[in-house]
Design a protein around this ligand. Structure first.
Ligand code: FMN
Length: 141
């Protein structure tokens, strides 16, 4: 048993309403419960940032499926690492929708705010963690 955490970012193909997201979360939470996957999905239109936690083989398999999902593109891995314990154990997939205004208060995001890009997330794993752990306390639904 080897617990791993994988974080990736991607771009949504379409603007998602709260209803779209609620429906989508219902489906993935059910699957994650069966697979014992926990984590969090952040939607900063049009970016997704997702943390997946679980058994290494399960997380790898799920990421392969997610990578090929036509609902998003430019899926890119930020990091994958072993963890001693889950950080999102309460959520089969917590969700937080955040705005650009929300991240103004975080350090290290000025480049991103001037020119939002997926490349920023790829080269800034520490900032991504900061964002995830800040909004972990503001899970929406
Ligand atoms: C941004 C994003 C995040 C996703 N997260 C998960 C997830 O945490 N768990 C999951 O099972 N599927 C997730 N999916 C959906 C998978 O890509 C895939 O559609 C689903 O697992 C297939 O389920 P099915 O084979 O039962 O139809 C996600 C898709 C997207 C676009």
């Amino acid at each position: 048993m080897s617990l791993h955490c994988l974080v990736y970012t991607s771009l949504s193909r379409q603007k998602l309403s709260d209803d779209n997201i609620k429906y989508f979360l219902q489906l993935i939470r059910h699957k994650n419960e069966i697979e014992q996957v926990t984590g969090m999905l952040v939607y900063l239109d049009p970016f997704f940032i997702q943390v997946l936690e679980g058994e290494e083989t399960t997380v790898n398999r799920l990421f392969d499926i997610i990578k090929n999902d036509p609902r998003h593109y430019k899926v890119s891995l930020i990091y994958k690492k072993p963890i001693a314990e889950r950080h999102f154990s309460n959520w089969t997939m917590g969700f937080s929708k955040i705005s650009y205004k929300d991240i103004e208060m975080l350090d290290g995001f000025s480049d991103f705010l001037q020119k939002p890009s997926i490349e920023f997330f790829n080269r800034s794993p520490n900032e991504v963690d900061e964002l995830l752990y800040k909004f972990k306390h503001e899970i929406l639904f």
